[in-house]
Every structure is written in structure tokens, then in C-alpha cells.
Ligand binder design. Structure first.
Ligand code: CUA
Length: 179
């Protein structure tokens, strides 16, 4: 028969274990966020899903990779049932890239294999993720949010190339055909 003191001692011992586990998990979250730059997407920016393809940054002519005069690289992709538009985008390695996604229909998801890019794309909002690509090659980019019967055929490619192979035209456009 355990005495009240024994019970108390056991409870205190377990409270240390629980506190330790909590500290470990908190530490892992802080390490991922601060040291590795892995954060939940927190961009709050609205866009009208009914008109996003007509004018503005998600009109067809503005999609894909753009290099601004100041050197900022921005990738814009429309996620729609059941395709990424464009299906291939090119990015330079070793440089901060801003990826922006919008959906005109239902919720989709974007994951670029082996990188920190992982977000949902919710109609009505612009999903934005920053990344610095390190690996070169064609990175598989599937939709990871069930969006209908064609979900499993919905995927894209992010082509990461070394900076010396990355080239934009006079308007700052870079695309997979030019490589
Ligand atoms: Cu789009 Cu699943």
C-alpha cells in the first residue's frame, strides 16, 4: 500500500517529465522557426477569386517568375482545378524568392519537395511564402489538399538552377522554356 508521501513523490516526478517534454517541444518549435526559418504561413492579404485572372498580378501575362529591377525574385502561380498555372517555374538557388499563390475555385495546397514551401491556398486570400532554394533540379510540387476528382493529377515543377544559369528577359521574366 503506497503512502500519501509516495504518491506525492511519484506525482512530482511525473510533473518533471511532463515539464521536460513540454520544454523539448517548445524548443523544437523555436529552433524550427528561428534557426531554420520554418514558420506557419501567416500572410493575410485578400484577393477576389472571381476576378483575379482578369487584371492585376495574377492575370495570365504576369504569372511565373519575375525579377524586379532591384533584383527581387517573385513567383506567381494560380492553383486551380486541376492544375498549377504555369506548370513549371524557374528559380535561382542561393537567393531569397517570394512565392505567391491564389486560387479562383476551391482550397488547394502547395508543397515544394525538400524545401520550407508548404502552404494552403484558400480562395479569397493570397498565400505567400519566402524561400531560399539550395538544391538544384526539378523539385516536385504536388497539390496536397484534396480538391476534387483530379487532385492526384495536380502537380507542378519548381526548377531550381544555379545563379549563373538563371536568366531573365528584358521585362524581368524567366521561364522553363528559356532553359
Ligand atoms: Cu488542388 Cu488537390
Amino acid at each position: 500500500m503506497a503512502s500519501e508521501e509516495d504518491v506525492l513523490r511519484t506525482e512530482i516526478r511525473w510533473s518533471y517529465v511532463v515539464a521536460g517534454a513540454t520544454a523539448l517541444i517548445l524548443g523544437a518549435i523555436l529552433f524550427a522557426g528561428l534557426a531554420r526559418g520554418i514558420n506557419p504561413p501567416s500572410n493575410l492579404e485578400r484577393i477576389d477569386p472571381k476576378t483575379l485572372h482578369l487584371t492585376g498580378e495574377f492575370a495570365e501575362g504576369n504569372l511565373g517568375t519575375r525579377v524586379a529591377p532591384n533584383g527581387d525574385v517573385t513567383v506567381r502561380i494560380v492553383t486551380t482545378q486541376f492544375a498549377f498555372v504555369p506548370q513549371c517555374v524557374v528559380v535561382p538557388t542561393g537567393r531569397r524568392v517570394t512565392l505567391r499563390f491564389a486560387s479562383p475555385d476551391v482550397i488547394h495546397g502547395v508543397l515544394v519537395a525538400g524545401t520550407n514551401v508548404n502552404t494552403m491556398v484558400i480562395p479569397g486570400y493570397v498565400a505567400q511564402v519566402h524561400s531560399t532554394f539550395t538544391k538544384t533540379g526539378d523539385l516536385l510540387t504536388p497539390c496536397h489538399e484534396y480538391c476534387g476528382l483530379g487532385h492526384s493529377q495536380m502537380w507542378a515543377v519548381v526548377r531550381a538552377v544555379p545563379p549563373d544559369r538563371f536568366a531573365a528577359d528584358a521585362e524581368g521574366r524567366a521561364n522553363c522554356d528559356r532553359l
